[in-house]
Design a protein around this ligand. Structure first.
Ligand SMILES: [Cu+2]
Length: 129
């Protein structure tokens, strides 16, 4: 039934061509999805965004202005939180897989450690200045 044999002995040239084609294909597919809409884009004054991926916060240290709105995107397949270590100055609550939420950074300058309350080995730092 399954006779999926790859003709590996046909020569290395063919195999290289296939590999190259795959590279081109993957390159195209990752860059062809952005169809520029006409929605208003927010200020480009630096990224105020935390991405959660592979049980880690990216970037590990984020610097924002006091009271900034910080976007949190969970790209993992399990829920996470962004929760300030001290006094829950900010706390996203559970962010489900694939979801995006926001929280407001503290209004006072300082360095705020945060973590995921579900996986407490996940830590990050929010710098407000
Ligand atoms: Cu987590």
């Amino acid at each position: 039934m399954t006779d999926f044999r790859i003709p590996a002995r046909r020569g290395k040239g063919a195999a290289l061509a296939v590999a190259a084609a795959l590279l081109v294909l993957s390159g195209c597919s990752s860059s062809s999805s952005g169809s520029g809409g006409s929605s208003a884009s927010p200020s480009a004054a630096g990224a105020t965004k935390i991405t959660i991926k592979d049980f880690a916060f990216h970037p590990a240290t984020l610097t924002v202005h006091p009271g900034a709105k910080v976007t949190v995107t969970n790209e993992d397949t399990t829920a996470h939180t962004v929760t300030a270590d001290t006094g829950k100055l900010f706390d996203t609550g559970h962010v489900a897989p694939g979801k995006t939420t926001t929280f407001t950074a503290p209004g006072k300058a300082g360095t705020y450690a945060y973590m995921c309350t579900i996986h407490q080995f996940m830590t990050g730092t929010l710098k407000v200045s």
